[in-house]
Design a protein around this ligand. Structure first.
Ligand code: SF4
Length: 45
């Protein structure tokens, strides 16, 4: 599996997107927990 083949989010400009770093889902999930939001992958297959 490549660095981000698991992620269905298409916002590749987001600095938290897994294609833009090597920390996997951690930054995205941290941001969503902080803001009481749901990760995009919960909404897009
Ligand atoms: S948690 Fe965030 S980074 Fe991880 S797969 Fe879902 S949308 Fe992508």
């Amino acid at each position: 599996m490549s660095a981000a083949s698991f992620c269905t989010c298409t916002d590749f400009k987001c600095p938290l997107h897994p294609t833009n770093h090597d920390k996997g889902c951690d930054p995205c999930i941290s941001k969503n927990l902080r803001k009481d939001e749901i990760p995009t992958c919960f909404l897009i297959k």
